[in-house]
Design a protein around this ligand. Structure first.
Ligand code: PEP
Ligand code: MG
Length: 829
């Protein structure tokens, strides 16, 4: 027998409803439990999730329970109670959006007749029909499966005009839903010209696909304790045009034509990797995950899988949103709020859950079906802008499917050309067909962002940080990119094509000459040799490094093994990867940097939680020291690869000597454990640290005795010294590592190291900057580690120097006051 639970703010109301319903079921009584009131004599009206859970457990029979609730927070408490139930029980409990009195009576009658859970729920949902028929009044159409009560008596209305140019599109829709969600009242949008068209104001899907256009008049109906406050807040939001007045023009979206800058059809971005490229635009596409319908036994387990996937996508979306909000403008960031609302949309999630539970299908199938149908709704709207929102829905839907299936990360390039992407992740390096990539243009990123590093590693010309307008370039458009000038030409004239064809030829010639000379060591005119090594992040990178004349690896970013996956790589997987890379490099040294994640590289499976300032949070060594399981697994894999290869270990983000000691203690512990297992290892492995936090540079004399070498990470050292976030376009002017504040720390680090007989390298992007190379060598840096594509040019620069001159120019640079002054000096030096 299906039983009932009545949830109300008022104990007397719940008792009264239960009494009425019981009166209908005298023949065949059912259990009708109530959960109502707060139990607090001072403030008796309210609901409590735990009490609701208790009531459900009391009423529970194998056939299930139907829960009816009054309004506002009662709905939230009931949802919370549902989450507190055992997964098995949860699949047999339905929260029903029917009006409490009519619904309870109809449900009780159907239950006492022996109806199934679905029968009882459906009966409750149709309970108002008789009353509506009889009174012949306004007929709200409750959306099927929603848990939200619809407006009844006491509803308040306002009529408003949407003035925004693009109507209630994704960003205003997101703000509208966020504002509505602050209130307990149930709120609906009603189309004035067609009263049957309604949307739940707390559902991003419903509001965005409602499709209100510019100058459209709509009615907003609210019912609940704070209805008038809610309507006032929404009215103010609409009157403010959702704050879009100025920004809409300043930050064009896909539908707006590309802005012009410099010459017609030119876009300016950040020069990220030198060289020129000409060819058709090719948009980055990802393979679609393949989803098949499967029957499942355990609906709760499927729902839990979906929750985990949603959690991962929510976290990464929030991170991107926060980063964009800091680096671009609030307008750009708001699109991610729309994505987040989609991931949290109660109506949408409810429909997915309903499909899983009633059709007994796998989470990916239920999710995909709901996403496709939502996207179709957008596609059917008679408005070009809103139709284009279908792409947003598909995109975010796809991200969840990637998490659920583990498929769909493969990058596809339909043809060769200039790659256009929002951004490139380190993991994309391994997946790109490099032979098809002539150049790279990205919407996001600064000079030390991953996209820029990736392009330099591959020796591919690139312009990054071009802003949203770059994504409006149509696939196949003829482009020219100038990686030195940070410029992209979208409508090149014949004269431009001639000019750049000439430059391209010269550049290829210079590059090939430098490459052919690159196998030889970099020896200065006075005979001093400087070690030029590579920064790599994969086995493929190791091969590219060798081709470019790398004398070893100064920085192996091991993150590539850990990102974009559902769990940490095993010891065996890591062991294989380190061995393979070391084998490619032969006898040459390979410095393996231990895991540097956190910051802008979150790992879903580590559940780091949300950090206000991830770059100042649990990143790199901080994370590893808190997770010795992950850290020691990596150390075991590295140590096991040492007998046959020339490996060194390097700890990132060291701020304090105690971190070095703790890391070394864990390394010793790992060594002892491997020795006990009789695993072969090299007797001695050099251990170094990255100097990339000012505290480490300032106390380099304290750290030097504890290590074998220092490698200066100028990307982070600049970020932390000048308090200018990497990749943040708004502070690009503060991201120049040639700033004297950074150079002074490099000098201090080198001096402290030499007192203790230790060597210093530089592995930040500064190491490959031709203007910086003389200064670094002059300051006493012995090893320069850089993206492979930069090695040939760097070797050429080194060969043109002599040590004395380099020392003199370094001393001069240290006397200057700004990075610009240092750059000016290097132009004339
Ligand atoms: C640096 O910070 O300079 C560095 C080389 O490390 P990463 O870029 O990986 O943070
Ligand atoms: Mg760093």
């Amino acid at each position: 027998m299906v039983n009932l639970v009545i949830v109300s703010h008022s104990p007397s109301l719940a008792a009264g409803v239960a009494e009425l319903a019981r009166a209908m079921t005298r023949q065949q009584p059912i259990v009708i439990a109530t959960a109502a009131g707060t139990g607090d004599a001072q403030h008796p009206l309210g609901t409590n999730a735990d009490e609701i859970r208790h009531a459900v457990e009391t009423a529970y029979s194998g056939d299930g329970v139907v829960v009816l609730m009054d309004l506002g927070s009662a709905i939230m408490s009931a949802e919370l109670a549902l989450d507190l139930l055992s997964p098995d029980m949860r699949t047999h409990v339905r929260l029903i959006a029917a009006p409490v009195v009519e619904g309870a009576i109809a449900a009780a009658v159907q239950a006492s007749l022996g109806g199934s859970l679905d029968d009882v729920a459906n009966e409750a949902m149709g309970a108002l029909a008789a009353k509506i028929d009889q009174l012949g009044q306004y007929q709200p159409q409750p959306p099927l499966k929603t848990k939200v009560t619809h407006p009844l008596a006491g509803a308040q209305d306002i009529v408003v005009t949407i003035e925004n140019r693009l109507g209630l599109h994704a960003r205003p829709a997101a703000q509208f839903v966020q504002t509505a969600a602050r209130f307990q009242a149930d709120i609906f949008l009603v189309r004035v010209v067609d009263e049957t068209r309604r949307a739940n104001a707390k559902s991003i899907n419903a509001v965005a696909s409602f499709g209100a256009r510019q100058n459209e008049v709509i009615r907003i109906t609210a019912v609940g304790p704070d209805a008038s406050e809610a309507l006032q807040a929404l009215q103010e939001l609409i009157a403010s045009k959702f704050g879009e007045d100025g920004e809409e023009a300043a930050a064009p979206v896909a539908a707006v034509p590309v802005q012009t800058a410099v010459e017609a059809g030119a876009m300016m971005g950040v020069a990220a990797s030198p060289g020129y490229a000409m060819g058709p635009a090719v948009m980055l596409h990802f393979a679609e995950p393949i989803v098949e319908r499967q029957s499942i036994e355990n609906a709760a387990k499927e729902w839990a899988r979906l929750q985990t996937a949603l959690g991962v996508v929510r976290t990464s979306t929030e991170m991107v949103r926060d980063q964009i909000a800091r680096s671009a403008n609030k307008y750009d960031a708001a699109i991610f709020d729309a994505h987040l609302l989609f991931l949290n949309d109660p109506e949408f999630l409810d429909s997915v859950r309903h499909t899983i539970e009633t059709e007994h299908v796998n989470a990916e199938w239920a999710w995909k079906t709901a996403v496709d149908s939502s996207a179709q709704k957008f596609e059917a709207i008679d408005d070009e802008y809103l139709r284009a929102r279908a792409a947003d829905v598909k995109d975010i839907g796809r991200q969840v499917l990637v998490q659920l299936t583990g498929q769909g990360k493969d990058v596809q390039l339909p043809h060769a050309g200039i790659l256009i992407a929002i951004d490139l992740a380190p993991s994309d390096t391994a997946r790109l067909d490099r032979s098809k990539v002539l150049g790279i243009c990205t919407e996001r990123g600064g000079p030390t962002s991953h996209s820029a590093i990736l392009a330099r590693t591959l020796g591919i010309p690139a312009v990054v940080g071009l802003g949203p307008k770059v994504m409006a370039i149509a696939d196949g458009t003829s482009l020219i990119i100038d990686g030195q000038g940070g410029k992209v030409l979208t409508a090149p004239t014949n004269a431009m094509i001639d000019d750049y064809t000439k430059r391209l030829k010269e550049w290829h010639l210079a590059r090939d000459t430098a490459r052919s000379a690159s196998a030889a060591p970099a020896v200065m005119k006075d005979g001093t040799a400087v070690e030029v090594v590579a920064n790599i992040g994969s086995t493929e990178d190791a091969r590219v490094a060798l081709d470019n004349g790398a004398e070893g690896v100064g920085l192996l970013r091991t993150e590539f093994l850990f990102l974009d996956r559902r769990d940490a790589p095993s010891e065996e997987e890591q062991f294989d990867a380190y061995q393979t890379i070391a084998t490619v490099m032969g006898e040459r040294p390979v410095i393996v940097r231990t895991l540097d994640v956190g910051g802008d590289k979150p790992l879903a499976y580590l559940d780091l939680g949300r950090e206000e300032n991830p770059f100042l949070g649990q990143r790199a060594i901080r994370l590893c020291l808190n997770r010795p399981d992950i850290f020691k697994t990596q150390l075991r894999a590295i140590l096991r690869a040492t007998p046959k290869h020339n490996l060194k270990i390097m700890f990132p983000m060291i701020a304090d000597v105690t971190e070095v000691r703790r890391a070394r203690a864990l390394l010793n512990e790992t060594r002892a454990e491997l020795a006990a297992e009789k695993a072969p290892m090299a007797d001695r492995v050099d251990v170094g640290i990255m100097v990339e936090i000012p505290a480490a540079a300032i106390l380099a004399h304290v750290l030097a005795p504890e290590v074998d070498f220092f490698s200066i990470g100028t990307n982070d050292l600049t970020q932390y010294t000048l308090a200018a976030e990497r990749g943040n376009r708004a502070v690009t002017h503060l991201q120049d590592a040639l700033h004297p504040a950074v150079l002074i720390q490099i000098r201090q680090t080198v001096q402290a190291a030499s007192v203790h007989g230790k060597w210093v390298g530089v592995c930040g992007e500064l190491a490959s900057d031709p203007a910086a190379i003389p200064i670094l060598i002059g300051l006493g840096v012995k090893e320069l580690s850089m993206a492979s594509g930069s090695i040939p040019k760097a070797k050429q620069v080194i060969r043109s120097l002599n040590l004395k001159d380099a020392q003199a120019v370094a001393a001069q640079a240290l006397q200057l006051d700004t990075a610009e002054a240092v750059r000016k000096l290097m132009k004339t030096a």
